[in-house]
Design a protein around this ligand. Structure first.
Ligand SMILES: [Zn+2]
Length: 564
């Protein structure tokens, strides 16, 4: 007597879908006709056919291994899985345990059935994906936007009864911000500084979140980030990334598509940035990229801007706020006193003196263990807050995404069952667009929460690094590079007359503590040729901060002052 088990699967959103009860009933009759005994029914509801992560399915496999039954009966082979690999694997597994598979329509399933049916299922899926892609490409050609709403744009309310909500228009307020970002970047500001300035003015970023340097910088090859969105020059690009399922985890991962596979359509009415400005920004990106080598993933310590002198542009007059400029050979003085005479600060200082004091200060006084401790406490509070916010957002987005996934599954299933029409196609495209948008948002929400570890000895590490950079200043081939790294530690230096101070000038250094700590924690990620600067990559510290410090710090941390 053959012992039979039933496997049924049902997804809530499927149209024309037999319920688990209906499927089981069909299987029961089949078992009866064969004269077998039903021992158990395994079922999964509301789960994807292409995922093997189903409790009923897993229980079925386990019980087959325990030889609880001799035959599995299912209404159709794709109830077991819609993935050829999964079906083939299950077939091999069951065959190994001497368990047969029967479908109520075909009877005994053989190796050949598995191949053919699995392939058909696979082809149908591929066909649907291809149709979706073509559908979305079509929308790109029509100038409609297939996925998320980019910063700088608003949705045009569709006319009543319209099934298409893909129209976009420029949002003038956001467009102004986009333009400002491009101008600032082209003018030499770092994305980190631009983000900090926007946050300081309480201008909300994409999705109402604070600005971060990565939001602005993005990734050139993926077309992400404000600076890389071609929509701002009236070009709609689609298909920059495709999502493939990793068979090992069942999760989808983004892959960058080659440029020739991308769809580009002109949408001149959506242009925000003129070509000249766009080209300036691109030129600067190239510059930054070249200087930083291939590892151009955005370490905020890197700056393209290069100055002739270590402190050029960083020195300010404490009386009037104007710049301390070169007033004579190797001598800095207040430029207002010099040019307009409206400032009373007549004290000048030699370049060598001020550089020596700043370097000594950077090295010995800037980072004390107490400061590091304070920073870590504040930082962890801030991080906890961000993670709390981000956790809530992520949970909401995940719920929305799961709902869209379920709906999509239903549409795909209906199409597989033969119901292919324009309404379904539109629905499929809309759902795919929603899915892509939600994924993007989820990715964005998930990005600002990596773990930051500071080396317990950060203060000492930092001092050692500054000493190393100081030495590098005397070595012509790496001088410029070392100088640029040192300059990133300094926001500004304020010079105020003070008879008690050396040179008759008090020197105050304003630095972003986060940036400073970043130097201490970024051992392996010195800008450009770290090997040239003699830094060794320490596996314990590699990947410690990845630039997060400054992203967080941009919003919250006050500048730290040091009297040198
Ligand atoms: Zn002055």
């Amino acid at each position: 007597m053959m012992r039979a088990a039933i496997y049924a699967r049902y997804s809530t959103d499927m149209q024309r879908q037999a319920s688990i009860d209906d499927q089981s009933e069909i299987c029961r009759r089949y078992i009866e006709r064969q004269g077998w005994t039903l021992v158990d029914t395994y079922a999964d509801s509301a789960t994807s056919g292409s995922s093997a992560f189903r409790p009923g399915f897993q229980r079925l496999r386990a019980d087959a291994g325990a030889r609880r039954f001799d035959v599995v009966v299912t209404e159709a082979i794709d109830r077991l899985s819609r993935n050829l690999g999964d079906i083939a694997k299950l077939f091999d597994e069951l065959t190994f345990h001497n368990v047969q598979i029967h479908t109520t329509g075909f009877g005994l399933v053989t190796q050949m059935h598995v191949g053919v049916m699995g392939m058909m299922g696979q082809m149908q899926l591929a066909d649907i994906r291809e149709k979706t892609r073509r559908g979305m490409a079509g929308r790109v050609r029509e100038g409609k936007i297939p996925s998320g709403l980019a910063y700088g744009y608003a949705v045009v309310p569709p006319p009543p009864g319209a099934k298409d909500a893909g129209e976009r228009k420029i949002n003038p307020a956001e467009a102004t911000v986009v333009e400002r970002i491009f101008r600032d970047y082209a003018a030499g500001m770092a994305p980190r500084q631009i983000a900090a300035a926007l946050n300081a003015e309480a201008i909300p970023g994409p999705g109402g979140r604070p600005w971060g340097d990565t939001t602005i910088r993005g990734q050139v090859d993926r077309g992400t980030g404000i600076l890389n969105n071609t929509l701002y020059i009236g070009q709609l690009t689609w298909n920059a990334c495709s999502y493939v399922k990793n068979p090992a985890t069942g999760k989808r991962v983004a892959r960058v598509n080659p440029v020739e596979q991308r769809e580009i359509t002109a949408v001149p009415e959506l242009r925000i940035i003129d070509d000249a400005l766009w080209q300036q920004a691109k030129a600067r990106q190239n510059e930054v990229r070249t200087e930083m080598g291939k590892d151009a993933t955005g370490n905020p310590l890197n700056r393209a801007h290069r100055s002739k002198f270590l402190l050029s542009g960083l020195l300010k007059c404490g009386c009037c706020g104007a710049g301390y400029a070169v007033v004579a050979a190797d001598r800095y003085g207040c430029s207002t006193y010099r040019s307009k005479g409206t400032c009373s600060n007549n004290i000048s200082i030699t370049r060598q003196s001020v550089e020596a004091r700043v370097l000594a200060g950077l090295q010995d006084r800037l980072l004390t263990p107490e400061l590091v401790a304070t920073f870590i406490t504040t930082f962890q509070q801030e991080l906890a807050r961000l993670q709390r916010d981000s956790g809530q957002t992520q949970a909401r987005l995940k719920d929305q995404l799961a709902a869209v996934d379920r709906k999509l599954e239903g549409v795909l299933r209906a199409i597989e069952d033969g119901a292919w029409n324009d309404a379904l196609k539109t629905r499929l495209n809309d759902l795919e667009a929603q899915q892509a948008s939600l994924r993007q948002q989820l990715q964005a929400a998930a990005s600002p929460a990596p773990v930051v570890r500071l080396h317990p000895n950060a203060a000492a590490l930092y001092a050692a690094k500054v000493a190393e950079l100081h030495t590098a200043l005397d070595q012509p081939h790496i001088r410029v590079e070392a100088m640029e790294v040192l300059r990133t530690l300094i926001e500004r230096i304020v010079l105020t007359p003070d008879e008690t101070a050396p040179n008759g000038l008090a020197v105050e250094l304003f630095g972003d503590l986060a940036t400073i700590l970043n130097l201490a924690s970024s051992t392996g990620r010195m800008p450009g040729k770290s090997a040239a600067l003699g830094t060794k990559k320490n596996p314990q510290e590699a990947g410690a901060s990845e630039g997060l410090l400054s992203v967080v710090a941009g919003a919250r941390f006050e500048l730290t002052t040091f009297r040198l």
